[in-house]
Design a binder for this molecule. Structure first.
Ligand SMILES: Cc1cc2nc3c(=O)[nH]c(=O)nc-3n(C[C@H](O)[C@H](O)[C@H](O)COP(=O)(O)O)c2cc1C
Length: 355
């Protein structure tokens, strides 16, 4: 009669966190996770959610998107928060401070965030030291790579990072779609992208070749999407993440910060990023694994991405508004949606989309 009543401490913490500036709140959250002070989410996953990511078994297909754990400080805590996999970074070869503050803005009325961080991070050596010390997490693991803002040869940065981090992860993401740095955009030129992929293809990986994944921008016109996908397919990329944040400002944004420069994430990105995902599914025809990200705020959005061809799904912005109880809710709702439509697994639903 009363339904399920679950006490979620995030709702006590949220007014305090949101009274802080977004970066301060984020730092506090990371500190709480590091100190293991964030209550765990239920770990037992519904068997219908079990799947694989580049050969690695996952108990569920919901991942933490890049940008939350830029310096690999808390990735090992993410299994206990309910995630099936986690992507750390973006990491650049050398430490950098990023753009001037303020550079992250909440858009609460829109369930969104705008950021123009520009990859502040402690650099590859600091990340590698943490990965060496802490080891792999119990869940799936990706590392998001990016070039330094002042790099003369951004492709060289990616090659360096890919070599360096190959032994540590299930997959490496090439963030070739960051809207907030000049170097984040150079690989939107298919010729530059082809050159980068050729240089990565020439690496002698030994026995530890990681899956390579490219992250797309939602802001490219369809003709360029086709050329970028053709370039990625020709280089036999293993996966594609759709999508990064958008420079677009959809009509109807209500928040005071809607006109801030930077990349928009969260609810307004759900429809365009899922539409692009479906387009990429059609262009790739099952040849690569697809990871759907953008505006996942419930099981419905996660399911929509799976039905548009995503094998797994990621999220970030939803956590800012709902905490990690969101992960538990998404999993419950997703399992119900899969059953409603007669699927017995996530992979089956994603495959059905591809045919
Ligand atoms: C504050 C912030 C920082 C981010 N940093 C990165 C990053 O370093 N590398 C990257 O590939 N994506 C980054 N992203 C993009 C997310 O990984 C994701 O693609 C995007 O936010 C859409 O998902 P969401 O709507 O669930 O947040 C960042 C997003 C936010 C909000």
């Amino acid at each position: 009669m009363f339904g399920e009543v679950v006490f979620d401490p995030f709702w006590l913490a949220k007014p305090f966190l949101h009274a802080l500036d977004p970066e301060g709140a984020h730092e506090l959250t990371l500190c709480a996770l590091e100190a293991n002070l964030v209550p765990w989410q239920p770990r037992e996953d519904d068997p219908i959610l079990a799947t694989t990511l580049f050969g690695r078994p996952l108990t569920n297909p919901i991942g933490l998107a890049a940008g939350f754990d830029k310096d690999a400080r808390v990735y090992e805590r993410m299994g206990a928060q309910g995630f099936g996999f986690v992507e750390v970074g973006g990491v650049t070869p050398r430490a950098q401070t990023g753009n001037p503050r303020p550079r992250v803005f909440r858009l609460p009325e829109d369930g969104a965030v705008i950021n123009r961080l520009g990859f502040p991070n402690a650099g590859a050596a600091a990340m590698e030291a943490r990965l060496t010390r802490k080891g792999r997490p119990t869940i799936g693991f990706g590392i998001n790579l990016a070039s330094n803002a002042d790099s003369a040869d951004p492709a060289d940065d990616f090659v360096h990072l890919a070599r360096r981090f190959a032994p540590y992860a299930d997959y490496l993401t090439l963030d070739v779609s960051c809207p907030n740095t000049a170097n984040g955009q150079v690989f939107l030129d298919p010729a530059r992208l082809a050159d980068l992929l050729a240089r990565l293809g020439a690496i002698d990986w030994g026995p530890q070749r990681p899956a390579l994944v490219a992250k797309l921008s939602p802001d490219v016109a369809d003709e360029l999407v086709q050329r970028l996908i053709a370039t990625l397919l020709a280089a036999r990329i293993d996966g594609i993440i759709v999508a990064n944040t958008t420079r677009e400002r959809p009509a109807g944004l209500r928040s005071a910060h809607a006109r801030e420069a930077g990349g928009l994430s969260g609810t307004p990105l759900a429809t365009p990023s899922t539409a692009l995902l479906a387009r990429v599914r059609d262009l790739t025809a099952g040849a690569v694994l697809l990871i759907g990200v953008g505006g996942v705020a419930g099981g419905a959005e996660a399911y929509a991405k799976i039905r548009a061809g995503a094998s797994v799904v990621q999220l970030y912005t939803g956590l800012i508004y709902e905490g990690t109880a969101l992960v538990t809710r998404i999993k419950r709702e997703l399992a119900a949606l899969l059953r409603r439509d007669g699927f017995t697994s996530v992979a089956e639903a994603a495959r059905a989309a591809a045919t």
